[in-house]
Design a protein around this ligand. Structure first.
Ligand SMILES: *Cc1c(COP(=O)(O)O)cnc(C)c1O
Length: 397
């Protein structure tokens, strides 16, 4: 039997393979360079051009570009009117920003459990957590698969609350044939370098709702308006503008928008390659009883952001930590997405207790994210599979 590197054997590869990486080509470099020598580095034409492009991509009526996905979530919460004492329901298996945005507004994040097979938020658990203080649901398209948007929208409509989709993982994904971005009341994208499409940093909020759009634009830029239609006082002259609310500077540069525009030209190519890698992983791992394969959601035509490897520790002599470390010794660097948000000390101090969402906690104990990105070679993918198979063979009971 092939010995794991951690037990003194030879690693499956000599160089380290990371779990995610951006792909930048000549066209990206050229697009950025063009903006650098143009008139406007920020507040220029690339921002609305990208907003129109995201609308065309998704079918959403409006898009508002922001400095990053977290800023986008924050202004989405502000536009939703979240304030002191308001409750917003989200998943614990997400990046902290999906819940932090509620805290920024003085609201209270409430965690609903995930489904044990798809790892997306469970609409039944959401229903059970709704109170008369619930104002919104932040549904995360975990790993890129669309959340149960129809069920969640029906529930939100029934209760008169808003559905905000955290689509940081899911640009390019379609739900029942419709692109994410056009379905929930607001959808948020992130353009961080590990995501499918990057601008270095960057975020967006998409909506079909004119009133929400006006608020998003206001909060993105200090709460200042330049259009006389919004003025509360008489204009003093052509320079006149008013601050009518408290907003932020969450603007994005034209430099970043040019990069994102150029990257979007490659979205289909990125998506197809990611799908190919996911299919290879699924084919290899579905034959191994010591592993669980994340259920593919039939309604979701997915551009996958993360590949989740889940082990059954009862059938192995090592746990997730052991498996993760053994993978690293094979030179396959994994990651874990995510530590349940309410386990973080900050949330613990706010009074959240372990045990709140059992499915999420069990998933956390058993999973890791395998390398998944456009520029992985077939050899890289084979190395990952060989490492997993080798470890399972060696450590199975
Ligand atoms: C990346 C991410 C965010 C935050 O996006 P940033 O652009 O990094 O601020 C929010 N939610 C989820 C699920 C993410 O993966």
């Amino acid at each position: 039997m092939d010995k794991p590197a951690i037990a003194g054997g030879t690693p499956v590869r000599e160089t380290k393979l990371y779990y995610g990486h951006q792909y930048i080509d000549e066209a990206d470099v050229k697009a950025v360079a063009e903006v650098l020598v143009s008139e406007a580095l920020t507040c220029g034409p690339k921002v609305p051009e990208l907003e129109r492009r995201l609308c065309a991509l998704t079918g959403a009526k409006h898009a508002v570009m922001c400095s990053n996905g977290t800023a986008a979530l924050h202004i989405a919460m502000m536009a939703a009117g979240i304030g002191e004492g308001d409750e917003v329901i989200t998943s614990p298996i997400t990046f902290a920003a999906s819940a932090n945005c509620v805290l920024y507004c003085g609201g209270k994040p409430v965690f609903a459990d995930i489904k044990p097979d798809t790892y997306n938020i469970d609409p039944e658990s959401v229903r059970a957590k709704i109170t008369d203080r619930t104002r919104a649901v932040v549904a995360v398209d975990y790993s890129g698969q669309a959340a149960a948007l129809d069920e969640l929208l029906a529930l939100c409509r029934e209760k008169g609350i808003l559905l905000i989709e955290d689509g940081a993982h899911s640009i390019g994904t379609k739900y029942k044939g419709k692109p994410v971005g056009s379905i929930a009341d607001m959808t948020v994208f992130s353009f961080h370098p590990v995501k499918t499409v990057t601008g270095g940093e960057g975020g967006a909020v998409l909506t079909n709702n004119d009133a929400l759009y006006e608020k998003l634009m206001l909060y993105r830029s200090h709460g200042i308006v330049k259009d006389a239609a919004f003025f509360e006082h008489e204009s003093h002259g052509p320079w006149y503008h008013e601050q009518i609310d408290l907003g932020y500077n969450y603007r994005i540069t034209d430099i970043q928008c040019a990069l994102i525009l150029s990257q979007l030209d490659k979205l289909e190519m990125f998506s197809a390659r990611r799908r190919e890698i996911v299919n290879k992983y699924n084919d290899a791992f579905s034959k191994i009883p010591e592993l669980f394969v994340q259920q593919e959601i039939a309604e979701s035509d997915t551009t996958r952001h993360l590949y989740i490897l889940r082990i059954n520790p009862e059938m192995l002599r090592i746990d997730r930590k052991g498996f993760f470390e053994a993978m690293a010794a094979e030179n396959i660097c994994c990651n874990v997405h995510y530590i349940p948000v309410y386990w973080h000390p900050y949330y613990e101090k706010l009074g959240y207790k372990k045990g709140l969402c059992p499915n999420a906690e069990k998933l956390y104990e058993e999973m890791m994210s395998l390398p998944l990105y456009y520029s992985m070679t077939d050899e890289d993918v084979d190395d990952v599979i060989r490492a997993v198979v080798k470890l399972v063979d060696y450590y199975k009971k």
